[in-house]
Design a protein around this ligand. Structure first.
Ligand SMILES: Nc1ncnc2c1ncn2[C@@H]1O[C@H](COP(=O)(O)OP(=O)(O)OP(=O)(O)O)[C@@H](O)[C@H]1O
Ligand SMILES: [Mg+2]
Length: 583
């Protein structure tokens, strides 16, 4: 996974780390002749001798000062290389974060409605922010792990040539320590996945709490909703504590093991074998470095497993979402000057059949009404017309071109949609109408915004807001009334000036006066663009060219208001009677 994202930079990083390790080895080895000179030993180690030879051939006499200088330069150079490789590692990791987040954002933008409705806002947020952060942390700990392995391996030949038995013992001890930690490291990975799940739950419950704040507060339900979030926090804390406990165990055993082994080595060499102190000190240093690198593999593997949940989560999402991505922007241009037709269209959500064998035609510039009881499938039908859902059976076409051959993004560009729940963004009134297309100093653009606002009858109240069109309306428009939100949502569609305009219960939050005004606006578009109106208020479809009556996922009646109303025994007529419409 890391290789796939880091590409050529991974071997480059390893090379840098390797050079850093070699420079460190040179520094440590130069200590050998230095200490030998200091305590009057003779250096018979081949590495030490070759260091002296190399120095001499470079014209540097092995005096104490020169040796010290070499050591200082080596460690300074190593410091510089550590800086370069650490920074380079950060560049790689930050770049991976950028790419993974951008890729996820693109996929989330392209996912199908059917995928979207099965997730929560908190879940998406968690994947994009927290899981990607863990993903990146896991990459970072993988690099650190590689640093330890490379550093230990660089020192290995030196240690082997000096003290082969001791070196092998150390490798065995290091290996055994790692094996004994295996259980703990494995458990960490399990808790890490659990953490991913709980983090997602906390995110979604918390976002719900904030989004429903007004309702919860007004109904005194904040406490039970809060408790729901707090339960999530508690489960998450428990899991985190378990992970931290395992981490504490692993970190704590690292140094004692290293020191015990080294103490044993020094005692054995100096006291029992009576070895050269200079050599023992240098070998002890090499071994200590090696051993700490080896033993720190444990904690690093543990951190790696702690964060690996993020890698799995991100990978799973990328794989899961793949079959649910909408085809890209290719295909024929949708020509809405041709009739839009649904032929024998059926649709199910999973096993649940929602729409059955619908046949409908919407001709260019017609105004078509859709009525029917709640849950009869009206909104679902419009999701099919915008290509957000695809029929399980039958076909939707524009002219003779089936939807699957159309560039859907381009089709949707020509569609305006006033939804059942008005969509308002955190921004100014003008931003909301123009979708950030128009800045306050763009006079011509602002005139278009105002014209759309006048048509949707929101010009009046917007002008009275503190800052007029530049007033911030709050997250999802919380500083507006329901009807104001709805009118702004309508103004946005009128500003867009689409070829096909869909109103789904657009007038439900409007007072009678505003509704009549909206009705007049819609009527003024009659014959100029195609308009579809879904509504429960039958008076609103009086002027429609045609009306489809939905019932239980079927189109049960079709015709003009007059025809349907005057058909004896028609469902439409009885619906009119229920609403007190008598003629
Ligand atoms: N994602 C989904 N999974 C399963 N069933 C769903 C899903 N979305 C909607 N439904 C069901 O589909 C049916 C039709 O819903 P739809 O929103 O089309 O009704 P509607 O006619 O627009 O109703 P209303 O007038 O109340 O808006 C409903 O019974 C609803 O429960
Ligand atoms: Mg609906």
């Amino acid at each position: 996974m890391f290789r796939e994202h880091a590409g050529w930079r991974l071997p480059a990083l390893f090379a840098l780390i390797l050079i850093g390790g070699l420079v460190e080895a040179v520094g440590i080895l130069t200590l050998l002749p230095l200490l030998s000179a200091a305590v009057g030993d003779t250096a018979d180690n081949p590495f030490a001798a070759s260091v002296v030879t190399v120095l001499q051939s470079a014209g540097v006499a092995p005096t104490i000062l020169n040796l010290l200088l070499v050591i200082v330069v080596a460690f300074a150079l190593r410091g510089f290389l550590v800086f370069i490789s650490t920074y380079f590692m950060s560049i790689i990791v930050v770049d991976i974060r950028r790419r993974v987040q951008s890729d996820l954002t693109r996929r989330f933008g392209e996912m199908e409605l059917s995928y979207y409705v099965n997730q929560t806002a908190g879940w998406f947020n968690n994947i994009l922010i927290a899981e990607v952060a863990r993903f990146v942390a896991s990459m970072r700990s993988f690099s650190l792990l590689s640093v330890s392995v490379i550093n230990a391996l660089v020192l290995l030949p030196i240690a082997l040539s000096m003290k082969p038995e001791v070196t092998l013992t150390i490798f065995v001890v290091g290996g055994l320590t790692l094996i004994s930690m295996r259980g703990i490291i494995g458990r960490t990975a399990v808790y890490s996945r659990e953490q991913t799940r709980l983090q997602g739950r906390l995110n979604s419950t918390f976002i719900q709490l904030i989004q429903s704040f007004i309702y919860l507060k007004a109904t005194g339900s904040t406490r039970s909703a809060n408790q729901h979030v707090i339960n999530s926090i508690q489960s998450l804390s428990r899991t985190e504590l378990r992970i931290r406990k395992l981490a504490a165990i692993i970190v704590s055993v690292k140094d004692p093991i290293a020191v015990i082994v080294l103490a044993g080595f020094i005692y054995y060499e100096v006291e029992i074998l009576g070895g050269s102190l200079a050599e023992v000190i240098v070998v002890a240093l090499v071994l200590y470095r090696m051993l700490t690198q080896l033993v720190s593999l444990g904690p690093q593997l543990q951190v790696f497993n702690q964060t690996i949940g993020g890698v799995f989560a991100v990978r799973e999402v990328i794989a899961d979402i793949e079959p649910h991505l909408e085809p890209g922007t290719h295909g024929a241009r949708a020509d809405l000057d041709q009739p839009l037709s649904a032929e024998n269209v059926s649709f199910s959500h999973g096993e649940t059949a929602i729409l059955h064998h619908l046949d409908a035609v919407i001709r260019p510039n017609e105004t078509v009404g859709v009525v029917g009881e709640s849950g009869s499938g009206k909104t679902t039908f419009f999701h099919l017309l915008t290509g957000m859902l695809r029929p399980n059976d039958g076909e939707i076409r524009i002219g003779d071109t089936p939807y699957r051959d159309l560039d859907m993004a381009e089709l949707r560009n020509q569609i305006g949609y006033v939804t059942q729940d008005p969509v308002i963004f955190d921004g100014t009134a003008a931003d909301n109408i123009s979708l950030w297309q128009c800045t306050p100093d763009d006079e011509a653009g602002m005139e278009q915004v105002r014209a759309a606002a006048r048509l949707a009858r929101c010009d009046g109240f917007i002008s009275e807001l503190g800052n007029g069109y530049a007033t911030e309306v709050g997250d999802r428009g919380v500083r507006l009334s329901g009807g104001e939100r709805q009118r702004i949502a309508i103004a946005r569609e009128l500003y867009k000036n689409p070829r096909l305009l869909i109103f789904d219960e657009a007038s439900s939050a409007l007072d009678a006066h505003s509704e009549q005004y909206l009705q007049d606006s819609i009527e003024s578009m009659h014959g100029e663009r195609t308009v579809l109106i879904i509504t429960h208020r039958l008076a609103s479809v009086r002027d429609c060219d045609r009306i489809y009556v939905f019932s239980d996922g079927r189109i049960v009646e079709e015709g003009s208001f007059e025809t349907l109303f005057h058909t004896p025994g028609s469902r439409f007529r009885s619906m009119c009677t229920e609403q007190g419409i008598t003629a």
